[in-house]
Design a protein around this ligand. Structure first.
Ligand code: C2E
Ligand code: CA
Ligand code: CA
Length: 550
């Protein structure tokens, strides 16, 4: 507990630390010294008698002293007051300057000099508050596409210059009264008060896209970036800065995911879309936590003899709330939120466990995405699981899409060479869609090419697709690779592919992906059909989703 003495010491310390009081004590001491000196001088020159004639009348030594002190104080007092006033006004000016600087710092982005997010929101709210009935205002959020790549490639100094030039180009396009702000690393926002029509923000967005399509010339380096823009309109989409910015961001999110356009206006269904995505993200995290995403298996068939030669493991997620979510949705989502590593491992482990019940000559094909390839531990982990389940590496086929190969050449090559070194087979998936060069194709350690479904779907009716299919089969044969056609849905497609020398096939014609538990029955059915076909010398296709081989 604090005693009165502690309090006194604390108070004393505070008082002594205060600038004003320190200055007062100093001034007091100075004043006393001056008074002392003046007093001594006065006595030395016998001044009391001459100067203080009035005081002499009293003939009282003590009174002289008092009068003298009073005179000194009457001079020192105003001097002290003036000095204090000057101190005070200097201090006030300093405070005002500091406040102004602080406001400047908190309201502006130091790199571009543009208003920052807070300042922007305040001005936007002011503008929205002043809107009359029938007025409309627009908010645009603008993001530089590919900025991270610029920084990775050229460094932060060039990145900063791009930001400054980008801001400058944008500022040059704005009419008076429009506010431009930098709201994040590569993000900007624009407030357009009082627009006459939606053409105004759309036109500005378009001009921004055009202006940014010209390369930035920084230190003799031509730097190219893209731009995505989301637009929200007040009062329809919101009447506060928070709602408007949020909705413009939702429109931006959509603009970024659609490549046909990089400008999007907010639409009310986007809210539902985002809410569903947030829900799905949560449910996906739960599903991974519970290890409830399982592989189903789609047969791969040898076109020579209609025999099932293997199965492709395809991840399936059935959620209590969302129902069946297709892998085309949840695989990219799991990549975005950093779950693909764990998810891929879980599904692969389950698939390896399931293969224990399979005949020993069947292979298992497993998909690996571009994001998974970036993990240098992927190949060692796959090999460790194979060992754990005693699944022989040559019975595993790893499917990598052509686009993942082309976009991540080095990561892909590293993982492929590691796996292939241990006997795992490598398949290039969705071939014909990713623009791999022949040189790239030759440089990868490949075993199989899977012709993309779109060519197979059109192979009968579209001459170009037939030419592509023939070329891919020829390429595979030429390099000693196996060719597989995916997405075979009818007899005509199948016979066309057979005629053109494709080795293996996959598709609804043979069967959709089935749960592990159905594989035994599927295989039994297949061998029965096989036997009866041999007996009957052929078999006609029928209904159902499994094994209707012609
Ligand atoms: P994919 O590797 O190209 O898989 C083939 C897709 O085509 C599968 O879709 C399959 O169900 C579908 N399909 C097969 N035959 C036919 C047919 O005759 N007609 C039509 N219209 N479609 C057919 P699914 O299962 O929806 O998988 C979609 C994609 O998701 C897969 O494309 C694959 O890229 C990815 N995927 C699935 N499972 C995994 C996984 O465990 N890991 C990773 N990384 N990706 C996976
Ligand atoms: Ca595949
Ligand atoms: Ca495919």
């Amino acid at each position: 507990m604090m005693t009165w003495f502690d309090r006194w010491v604390a108070l004393h310390r505070t008082v002594v630390r205060s600038t004003w009081l320190r200055r007062d004590v100093r001034d007091g001491a100075l004043l006393l010294a001056i008074a002392g000196i003046a007093y001594a001088l006065a006595h030395f020159f016998d001044l009391p008698r001459r100067i203080f004639a009035l005081a002499l009348a009293y003939r009282k030594w003590e009174m002289d002293d008092l009068l003298f002190v009073g005179m000194v104080l009457s001079v020192a007092g105003p001097a002290y007051g003036i000095r204090r006033y000057k101190d005070f006004s200097r201090e006030m000016k300093g405070r005002l300057r500091a406040e102004r600087e602080a406001r400047m710092l908190s309201g502006h982005d130091h790199l571009t000099g543009l208003p920052n997010e807070r300042f922007f929101a305040e001005r936007l709210d002011e503008g929205l508050g002043a809107m009359a009935d029938g007025d409309r205002a627009a908010t645009l959020v603008v993001v530089i596409e590919g900025f991270k790549r610029v920084v990775d490639l050229h460094g932060h100094v060039v990145g900063d210059k791009v930001l400054i030039d980008f801001a400058g180009r944008m500022a040059a396009l704005l009419r008076e009264g429009v506010i431009l702000a930098r709201t994040g690393g590569d993000a900007f926002a624009i407030a357009m008060p009082k627009i006459d029509s939606l053409d105004e923000p759309a036109g500005l967005a378009h001009r921004i896209v055009v202006a940014m399509s010209q390369a930035f010339s920084i230190n003799d380096t031509a730097v190219n970036v893209g731009v995505s823009i989301g637009i929200a309109i007040a009062p329809n989409d919101g009447v506060t800065s928070t709602t408007l910015i949020q909705r413009a961001e939702r429109a931006l999110y959509r603009a970024k995911t659609e490549d046909r356009s990089s400008i999007r206006f907010f639409e009310s269904e986007m809210d539902a879309h985002i809410e569903r995505r947030i829900l799905m993200e949560g449910r996906l995290r739960k599903a991974v936590e519970r290890d409830s995403i399982v592989p189903h298996y789609q047969p791969l068939v040898s076109l020579d003899d209609n025999r099932i030669v293997g199965f492709e493991a395809l991840a399936r997620w059935n959620d209590d709330m969302l129902g069946d979510v297709p892998p085309d949705i949840f695989i990219p989502l799991s990549e975005e939120i950093g779950l693909i590593g764990i998810l891929g491992d879980q599904v692969f482990r389950r698939a390896c466990a399931d293969t224990r019940d399979w005949p020993g000559d069947l292979f298992m094909a497993f998909n690996v995405s571009a994001v998974q390839l970036r993990d240098p531990e992927l190949a060692p982990r796959i090999l460790a699981v194979l060992e754990e389940y005693a699944f022989s590496p040559p019975r595993l086929e790893i499917e990598i899409t052509e686009s993942a190969l082309v976009d991540h050449v080095d990561d892909a090559r590293f993982a492929m060479e590691h796996l292939r070194g241990h006997g795992v087979h490598i398949v290039i998936d969705d071939f014909g869609t990713g623009y791999a060069t022949l040189a790239q194709l030759l440089s990868f350690p490949l075993d199989k090419i899977k012709i993309d479904r779109r060519f197979v779907t059109n192979v009968v009716n579209d001459h170009d697709s037939l030419v592509v299919v023939r070329a891919i089969v020829g390429l595979a044969n030429g390099f000693g690779l196996t060719s597989t056609a995916e997405g075979i849905e009818d007899a005509e497609q199948l016979s066309c592919l057979k005629r053109n020398g494709c080795a293996q096939g996959q598709g609804y014609w043979f069967g959709q992906a089935v749960p592990a538990a159905d594989i035994a029955a599927l295989l039994a059915k297949s061998s029965t059909r096989q036997a009866s076909r041999h007996r009957a010398g052929g078999l006609k296709g029928g209904a159902g989703n499994v094994m209707e081989f012609p």
